[in-house]
Design a binder for this molecule. Structure first.
Ligand SMILES: [Zn+2]
Length: 415
């Protein structure tokens, strides 16, 4: 057996085992704490809501675990199982080995992976979300969403792919740097047009209307020094009962988006506190910082691909006998996640740090006790578990565990 085949198999096995082990720990921890609402939440969250959160989180985690196994089997089938080589031979017979071949190979693999994801999505939405009373999506809307996503992937993905494959073929040894420039330009473009042109394809966005709320919000925006033309309500209730708020875009396209589901459940003072948190993300440059990190890391990865692309063992170790640039791209992006899995806790910790920073910002401009009340309502309404396994949470959670986050906010109210 090829040495690289062994390295790949060990990494795949360890990553999959770790994902299953973490999921299993999480489910056991939640079950062990199922009958006790953490004391600090006891007044607002009753036992039946706590049970619902436990069962909902366990069901979602079980699905993640199944997903991890499907991912691993699919990766094995495409690489060592000979799937990619088979597709490559088939397309070469039709198209030779030029740009059309590269596009056909990559698009066909993307289509296969997406088709395998469909039943998982169906199960998540129409079984799990429905069982816990969150789903609002109809089968028709599900199909329309899929078609829109496929259309968007074609309109944006194919030209990007064409550009990347062309640069790889024409730019000599340093192609990876030019591909990186194209990748950065593409991301900035998507980020700039996403709020105004892409998100509206899926949801309706209307300016916030409620006069009492508007006055409060405008006062808050003035205190924070934020230009006010970017406050929108989104019809999230079209697909799900989960409530949320987020910050998106930059420059003139920047906006804060509230789900209608969130506005219907929170009091104006609580909405103000949530908005202050979202403003914190903007004022503390979280979006930009994250983007710069992503660009720096992707430059490193593209450089690495530039090294690997000329190494025969990289292809042979993954059971590919006809190396092409398109195949190198595919192999690299398919196997990278199993080697970078251990970076996940760093990414999550970085994100949680930003959440704490945004909370600290929020309590400077709005009331900490309103933010606490809003968060507890959201935990309850979204059936988020209050008792995650600490290790699972450290690995995956982009937001701090409820108890720690509330404790920090409460110490802020006492100061
Ligand atoms: Zn946040």
């Amino acid at each position: 057996m090829h040495i690289f085949t062994g390295v790949f198999l060990v990494a795949l096995l360890l990553t999959t085992a770790a994902r299953l082990w973490l999921g299993n720990r999480h489910i056991r921890y939640i079950r062990a704490h199922r009958d006790n609402v953490p004391q600090e939440f006891a007044p607002q969250i009753n036992l039946s809501a706590h049970h619902k959160a436990a069962d909902y989180s366990s069901a979602k985690t079980r699905l993640h675990m199944t997903h991890a196994v499907i991912d691993a089997l699919l990766l094995l089938a495409l690489t060592l199982g000979g799937g990619l080589q088979l597709l490559s031979d088939w397309w070469t017979g039709w198209l030779g080995d030029g740009l059309a071949f590269g596009i056909a190979l990559i698009v066909s693999v993307a289509v296969i992976i997406s088709i395998i994801e469909i039943p998982i999505d169906i199960y998540r939405i129409f079984v799990i979300e429905a069982r816990f009373g969150f789903n609002q999506m109809t089968p028709t809307l599900f199909i329309i969403d899929l078609l829109k996503q496929a259309l968007l992937a074609t309109v944006f993905g194919v030209p990007l792919l064409l550009c990347v494959l062309w640069l790889m073929a024409r730019m000599g040894e340093n192609w990876w740097f030019y591909v990186w420039l194209a990748w950065v330009a593409f991301n900035v473009l998507v980020l700039a047009i996403y709020p105004t042109y892409i998100a509206p394809l899926f949801n309706k966005f209307s300016p916030m209307e409620n006069p009492e709320l508007k006055t409060r919000v405008e006062q808050l925006l003035a205190r924070c020094g934020f230009k006010s033309q970017g406050l929108f309500v989104m019809d999230g209730s079209k697909r799900s009962n989960h409530g949320n708020a987020y910050f998106t875009g930059f420059g003139a396209a920047k906006r804060i988006v509230f789900f209608d589901t969130l506005l219907s459940r929170l009091e104006p003072a609580e909405i103000e506190a949530v908005l202050a948190h979202e403003l914190g993300h903007y004022k503390l440059y979280h979006v930009i910082k994250r983007m710069l990190w992503t660009f720096a890391v992707s430059l490193g990865f593209l450089w690495l691909l530039g090294v690997l692309i000329s190494k025969p063992w990289f292809y042979h170790g993954l059971n590919v006998t006809t190396p092409t640039t398109a195949m190198a791209l595919l192999l690299f992006f398919m196997i990278t996640p199993i080697f970078t899995f251990l970076l996940q806790p760093l990414l999550s910790a970085y994100s949680r740090m930003h959440e704490y920073e945004a909370d600290r910002y929020a309590v400077r401009y709005a009331s900490a006790s309103d933010l606490v009340r809003a968060l507890v309502k959201l935990y309850k309404d979204n059936a988020s578990t209050l008792t995650p396994d600490p290790l699972h949470s450290a690995f995956y959670d982009s937001h701090p565990p409820a108890t720690l986050r509330i404790a920090r906010l409460q110490s802020a109210t006492q100061n």
